[in-house]
Design a protein around this ligand. Structure first.
Ligand code: CA
Length: 250
């Protein structure tokens, strides 16, 4: 009786070893050693979620409605509490679009604590002046490159819409002017950081949550007095400076 019990146990352990070996042989990918990190950006109008139909107040108190609001984010890296780099996504270029949801995958990283994300608003000079016809998404998007002046590169921040010029609450009157802001050139690149405070573990997917306050982006602008700003005019500089402080961790 005792013998057969040991025999069964031995047989079971052999089976276990055999199965484990089979499993290992069948596995074509190694065990994961990294986690996945995503970023989810929520556009806001102050403390409320932003909608493209919203009336947003500019810096001069004019009511503004957007038809387009997009910007590039690139050269991301993540640091821990001691400012050590724990994730690098320098090749990742994100196009954020206020008219849609913005959950974007950055890539994979080794386990660690992410204190904050350091990001560039706009594009480095080499990327900015590469051929958009040879580029991958989102650098091949029609409308985000200066097709009539290729040397100017990409529009780092594009904003278009209407200002309620007569202050009656709509955007259809003769006094309601269209505005167009295309912020561009290498000089307008800005850097900012986003507090994350999340732990990435092996095999996990961590989504860092951030907000983009649309009201803050236009808080330094008078879109009725200066409805058009192209390239790197003072109004474009103000818009990019404001964009850098409009992004925050949640
Ligand atoms: Ca009006």
């Amino acid at each position: 009786m005792k013998y057969s019990k040991w025999a069964i146990m031995a047989a079971l352990s052999l089976t276990f070893v055999a199965c484990k070996k089979d499993d290992e042989e069948d596995t074509t990918t190694p065990n994961p050693t990294t986690g996945t990190i995503k970023a989810n950006f929520t556009f806001m109008n102050g403390s409320a979620a932003f909608n493209m139909n919203d009336a947003v107040m500019d810096g001069a108190g004019h009511s503004v409605q957007f038809s387009l609001l997009k910007f590039y984010m690139s050269d991301l890296h993540l640091v821990d509490d001691a400012d050590n780099t724990v994730g690098e996504f320098h090749e990742t270029v994100l196009l954020l679009d206020a008219s849609t949801s913005n959950e974007l995958t950055l890539g994979s990283m080794s386990p660690g604590h992410v204190h904050e994300a350091h990001v560039v608003l706009g594009l480095d000079s080499a990327t900015n002046h590469a051929d958009p016809l040879m580029a991958d998404y989102p650098l091949n998007i029609p409308g985000m490159h200066w097709s009539w002046n290729p040397a100017a590169g990409y529009k780092f921040l594009a904003m278009e819409g209407h200002v309620d010029g007569n202050g009656d609450g709509d955007f259809i009157d003769a006094e309601d002017v269209a505005f167009t802001y295309h912020c561009a050139t290498d000089a307008l690149l800005r850097e900012t950081h986003i507090h994350v405070h999340q732990d990435v573990t092996v095999g996990s997917t961590v989504t860092m949550q951030a907000t983009v306050d649309v009201a803050k982006i236009i808080s330094g602008l008078d879109l009725l007095t200066v409805p058009d700003a192209m390239g790197a005019t003072p109004a474009n500089v103000t818009a990019m400076d404001s964009l850098a402080v409009s992004i925050d961790g949640m």
